[in-house]
Design a protein around this ligand. Sequence first.
Ligand code: PEP
Ligand code: MN
Length: 346
Amino acid sequence: MIIPKHEHFTDEQVREVENILAEFNCILKAIKGRTRTIYAIHGDEREELMINRLEGLDYISRVDTIQSPYKLMDLASELARHEIHIAGKTIGKDFLFIAGQCTIDPKNPSYFYETAAGVKEAGADVLRGGVWKPRTSPHSYQGNADAIKILLEARSRTGLPVNTEIMDEEQLRIAVEAGVDMIQVGTRNALNYSLLKKIGELTAHTGIIVLLKRGMHMGTLDEFVCAAEYIVSCGNPNVLLCPRGTVPALDGYRNHPDESITPLLKQKTWAGVVVDPSHSVGKSRFVPQCALAAVAYGADGLCIETHCNPKSGIGDDPKQAITPDVLRNLIGDARQMVAFRGKYLS
Ligand code: PEP
Ligand code: MN
């Protein structure tokens, strides 16, 4: 990773650095943070001669050769000072609430508008709404690109930034062109490295935030952080990690709740952690408990499926969405817990 002396390299400096890297079969990727741009080296950045040549350039402050599988996400990375802002909130300083329907029903847009107004009134910062859906059965509703118009209409009615999941490059392009504020990578794509790279490239310098779910089959925490590294190293440092339960499930829940991994992630990476209790437990009546447990464990935010009338919803909403009324109470209680949990967090 190359740290420039000034805010960023000039075009000429980029060309000079790229030429040096090319001699060592490496390539340069710019990662634009809020205050300055740093440059990742794709390839083997421990090549000594290459490092010496780079450090000889007077516009380079230093070359970090962090010995970590996730040089950019590592706590020791220059990016550890990066700040992610959305809805007037700074991740890590302000607690973030994402809420909204699992799935937007294009046949009943009025439900989504009512949900959007309800979650806003309850205190949510970001509105979620599934346009395309990864469904276990190919016979279940798969989503519909038209629903993106409903998502954007709800944004203009409420003023809330919006989040939606994409599963492939075409959906990614549509979502980026439509100007969504947050893109979700679901549990099934969490290790789809070519998609993660594309997301990093196509959302680089857009300000779009990527909410990366933890793969349901994921093993080590390093595997999770490395998945985020793919996105960041391709240009977008605005990544949030989202634990959402893993398999095998705890008998009675949808998955095995994993909100307790937050303190462990915090020992490895600077990335914000936004926990999804809805898919973890999979039943609306357990969602508030799981959400508060996540807050106690030090999460930076929550992503909660919420529907104005869950039994009329589609996708996961009938079984796991809470109502805006329940959300309002939960947000109040979570805020109280955030105010006193600090003494328990190491
Ligand atoms: C969702 O958020 O609706 C979803 C499908 O999530 P996950 O990928 O975590 O199952
Ligand atoms: Mn869902």
